[in-house]
Design a protein around this ligand. Structure first.
Ligand code: L14
Length: 343
């Protein structure tokens, strides 16, 4: 079987660049790589190992002769390009929120629901960053002792918003230290030396869209709509790496030792939990890494069936590009490439 032909839409963005890095790092089996972006970025050259690949302007015709298309160009471009790409025969793995809650589009975290990939009709959705790292850590516990309720508070890095937000944090930090005024552009308020309880838009129920994504996407990925979930999503002045304080209520008690034991054997998880040496997950340590780190695991003394924990992962890798590439690897492993790719 020939290796698949890959295209990346949004190749010059933060997640696009991470796609390229991860394909190289994992030595992903592919026979060609096309880099697509908006007209503004066309003509840029991006290094891939010892090659230089020129970025092409994406059109609806760009996906002929493509087997797997990795999309990270925002929801409106996904709505525009994904149907055309799927029609041309590519399998689209889309990192935006555009298709996630469509009932016949799989929403996949390979450690949790790889079997859902089989049901795809040309588009597979990659979940929200905060949701991915939470389900990677909680699903193995849920399998042993079903979860009844999750309360989660996030501490999300600015990289999730993109390059402009990373620059805004750096510029504002410098301005504050030099005693100058700051003017917010990307976020509605200053992000340097501040925290904003506001990610994505607010909905009619008082929650933000990011908070409701954590609820609905978790239900869909874990196939567990009976879990009660409430989230507060908060932006913090961290460049890369989302953190989450999670309180979980199980059906029956679970000791921290049992949770550590289960998690230390779970794919994609690394337990970093030793208070004697101040060891707990940190975004600075998680940035650039593939694992979802779990620590501060303790009995929730307000709830006999409860555990509290702290979950951290690189939002550009497991939260976005890495998860999508792992979906592509699963497509190959499950033999789901179209005939064109096999010829
Ligand atoms: O649903 O940090 O993929 O602003 C994209 C923007 C997640 C949050 C998504 C951010 C969102 C992200």
């Amino acid at each position: 079987m020939a290796n698949p032909r890959i295209a990346i839409l949004g190749a010059t963005g933060l997640v696009g660049r991470e796609f390229i890095r991860i394909l190289k790092q994992r030595n992903f089996p592919m026979s060609s790589l096309r880099l697509l972006a908006s007209e503004r970025s066309a003509g840029k050259k991006i290094t891939f190992g010892d090659q230089e690949i020129e970025v092409e302007q994406a059109t609806h015709q760009s996906f002929e002769n493509v087997d797997i298309a990795l999309f990270s160009a925002g929801a409106s471009r996904s709505r525009d390009f994904a149907p055309a790409a799927a029609k041309a025969g590519a399998i689209v793995i889309d990192n935006s929120s555009a298709w996630r809650m469509e009932p016949d589009i799989p929403l996949v975290v390979p450690e949790v629901n790889p079997e859902d990939i089989k049901k795809h009709k040309g588009i597979i959705a990659n979940p929200n960053c905060s949701t991915i790292q939470m389900v990677v850590a909680l699903n193995p516990l849920h399998k042993v002792n079903p979860i009844k309720r999750i309360i989660v508070d996030t501490y999300q890095a600015v990289a999730g918003t993109g390059k402009a937000a990373m620059e805004e944090l750096a510029i504002q930090s410098k301005q504050v230290l030099e005693g100058q005024e700051t003017v917010p552009h990307v976020y509605p308020h200053q992000i340097a030396f501040n925290v904003l309880p506001h990610i994505d838009v607010f909905l009619g129920n008082g929650y933000s869209k990011e908070e409701m994504k954590m609820v609905q996407e978790t239900w869909k990925i874990m196939h567990a709509e009976n879990i009660a979930i409430s989230a507060t999503c908060v932006r913090v002045p961290v460049l890369i790496g989302h953190s989450e304080a999670v309180h979980v209520e199980f059906t029956k008690p679970m000791s921290p030792e049992e949770a550590r034991d289960i998690l230390s054997k779970s794919p994609g998880v690394k337990v970093t939990d030793d208070l004697d040496i101040n060891l707990y997950p940190l975004p600075l340590a998680a940035a650039g890494r593939d694992e979802t780190f779990v620590g501060r695991i303790r009995s929730d003394f307000s709830n006999p069936n409860g555990l509290a924990m702290w979950i951290v992962s690189d939002n550009l890798r497991k939260g976005a590009a890495l998860n999508a590439v792992q979906i592509a690897e699963e497509i190959i492993r499950q033999g789901l490439l179209s005939e064109g790719a096999k010829a």
